[in-house]
Write a protein that binds this ligand. Structure first.
Ligand code: ASP
Length: 355
């Protein structure tokens, strides 16, 4: 088996509200329950501390009678500017040349409008640029230099997005890329043949994917969502994933709910997974069922060509009633997402579809 092949396999394996609601209670794990939704509601696929802070910020907007679109933007910005998060915004892992290229989309159910940016460099908050594409142009998607010029025109400061941590991970990846070049310390190739040594040194980085979805319903029943990411790490320059593609990495329908995707974007694009989830919900499926349905749909297609291949994806969904869902294609751990509603903050336990 070639090194390239084994690396690939590794990738694949591998308002009537009490003010007290803003006081975040201790984290409780929310079991999957049907029919228990309340609005307003905000969720994110991030279940870490930054995800929790993002939920607090988004909840503050909702609690003050703000809109779902303002809440998701405020929450997403918190995750985007976190330098420790290697999957989104500032601090995200770069492409193969060491350049951080960000993708983001936003959709407003109330206006049925959407905006997105792809391959955006040097701007920490791509979801806010996407919002301006949605609100200040008649276009949906701006890419690369055009997206950067648009952001500059709106006064976004340009900054180097490559943190020291992300740079080191990228350089370790380069060192281990090939035994045909002079990258890396003399002993590294022997190590590489044993296992992906560079990865072992960064235990908090679970895999080469990572994105965040933020979805909300406000007190007026309007739905909005954002998906934002640095995309597949070490990608080919110019590669665009599912996150900025409306219908793939994000979809919102004000009469139904919203859905978002993380994981291997190529499969999400081909399956229009977020649109599919929202359509399943419009047919009466719960958000949880819709997430599982979408993953099963992708599995069915792959089973025909490679029974052992399971792309790595995690889907999240909410409906207008405030019910939530989360499911993952495959994994050793139960997928979690952050939920904030009048009951406070909780981590929702999703399902793993292929065990
Ligand atoms: N879906 C993103 C992409 O393919 C990456 C991820 O969610 O991990 O760009």
């Amino acid at each position: 088996m070639s090194q390239q092949h084994s690396r690939r396999q590794f990738l694949f394996r591998s308002l009537g509200l009490s003010a007290g609601a803003l006081m975040i209670p201790s984290v409780n794990l929310l079991a999957r329950q049907k029919g228990q939704g309340t609005i307003p509601l905000i969720i994110t696929s991030h279940s870490n501390e930054t995800g929790r802070k993002a939920m607090e910020a988004g909840w503050e907007v909702l609690l003050g009678g703000g809109t779902a679109i303002d809440a998701v933007e405020k929450a997403a910005n918190i995750i985007e500017v976190d330098p420790e998060d290697t999957s989104v915004g500032y601090g995200g892992l770069p492409n193969e040349r060491g350049v951080v290229q960000l993708d983001a989309s936003i959709m407003d159910g109330k206006t049925y409008n959407a905006g997105a940016v792809a391959c955006l460099e040097n701007i920490k908050t791509p979801s806010s640029v996407a919002r301006l594409v949605m609100e200040r142009t008649d276009h949906v998607l701006l890419v690369g230099q055009g997206a950067l010029e648009f952001a500059r025109a709106w006064g976004f400061p340009e900054e180097n997005l490559l943190t020291g941590k992300a740079r080191e991970i990228w350089l370790r990846w380069k060192e281990n890329l090939s035994d045909q070049d002079d990258w890396g310390a003399p002993e590294h190739l022997i190590e590489l043949q044993k296992e992906e040594a560079y990865w072992r040194d960064f235990p908090d980085i679970e895999h080469h994917y990572g994105t965040t979805n933020v979805l909300a319903v406000d007190a007026g029943g309007n739905v909005a969502g954002i998906t934002t990411t640095s995309g597949l790490s070490f990608k080919l320059p110019g590669r665009v994933g599912d996150s900025p593609i409306i219908g793939a990495g994000l979809y919102v329908d004000n009469e139904v709910g919203a859905a978002g995707a993380t994981g291997r974007g190529e499969d999400v694009i081909k399956s229009c997974a977020s649109y599919y989830m929202v359509m399943r919900m419009s047919e009466g499926r719960s958000p949880q069922q819709a997430c599982e349905d979408a993953l099963q749909m992708i599995i069915r297609k792959y089973r025909k060509v490679n029974p052992d291949f399971f792309p790595s994806e995690k889907f999240v969904a909410i409906n207008k009633q405030g019910e939530v869902g989360c499911a993952m294609m495959k994994g050793a751990r139960i997928p979690l997402m952050s939920v904030m509603n009048e009951k406070g903050y909780s981590k929702y336990e999703g399902t793993v579809v292929v065990s």
